[in-house]
Design a binder for this molecule. Structure first.
Ligand code: ZN
Length: 254
């Protein structure tokens, strides 16, 4: 049996406190939502700290993001949530925050797309980067569209990260995985660059994703980047390569 609306409200308050305590949001940043049914979304309002919410602060909006219940005002970022629900019927919850390390990668225009750790390949595949767009406008959501069907976590250029899943805990844990992977990637970069997994190993991990219940493909052309992608570049004795598909960072060799 599904949870009551009151229980979903408590889930959002609990996850809000966690993202605040983890330092993924400052002041009133971020937003969290749960799809209650076909027509209604329970969401955090604008202007509240996610770490200090009361269950009655939450609002209910329709599938177009128009408020239908609640005292407080709707967030300007609600379209980020409604577009994901409209494109992914399997998704019941969306979590958006600005975790400092992964947002740093997004601000540096570097997607977290390297095949570095088996757990990440298994759980997320690769995390693409959608181009920057002005928050609260279609310029923010339009660049996300191509990635929503195939990925469960998307970085937004110069902005932050959005993760989603079958419930708010899955969405939250994906955000935790992205930020954890960003920290690992940063350390690997500082130590001279990570040693990527080869294609054969990545293929093995991808073939077992279905068994673990991951629905999104988690991959696209050249995403994740595997060891052979780098060797190919070195074979060609080129100093720069930019992958043709969007969302892949340039690889530079000196
Ligand atoms: Zn934001």
């Amino acid at each position: 049996m599904g949870k009551t609306e009151r229980e979903y409200r408590q889930d959002i308050v609990d996850i809000g406190r966690l993202v605040y305590e983890k330092g993924w949001v400052a002041a009133n940043d971020g937003n969290i939502s749960i799809r209650l049914d076909q027509d209604r979304i329970l969401a955090t309002p604008t202007g509240v700290s996610k770490g200090m919410m009361h269950v009655d602060d939450l609002i209910i909006v329709d599938m177009q993001g128009k408020k239908i219940e609640g005292r407080k005002e709707c967030t300007s970022e609600i379209a980020m949530h409604t577009i994901i629900y409209s494109m992914r019927p399997d998704v019941r919850s969306v979590v958006h925050t600005h975790p400092p390390v992964s947002t740093g990668f997004a601000a540096a225009s570097k997607p977290l797309n390297m095949a570095l750790c088996p757990e990440i390949v298994l759980s997320l595949g690769c995390v693409p980067l959608a181009e920057y767009g002005l928050p609260g406008t279609p310029a923010l959501t339009d660049p996300m569209r191509p990635y929503i069907p195939n990925y469960d976590a998307i970085m937004m250029g110069n902005h932050g990260v959005v993760c989603y899943g079958e419930d708010v805990y899955k969405a939250f844990f994906r955000m935790e995985t992205v930020e954890h992977f960003a920290r690992i990637s940063l350390v690997a970069e500082l130590l001279g660059g990570g040693k990527l997994l080869p294609r054969a190993e990545v293929d093995k991990l991808f073939s077992s994703r279905g068994r673990y219940g991951f629905k999104a493909a988690g991959a696209g052309p050249g995403c994740p980047v595997v060891a052979e992608d780098l060797e190919q570049v070195q074979d060609q004795d080129r100093f720069y390569v930019t992958f043709q598909h969007s969302g892949i960072r340039s690889l530079e060799f000196t």
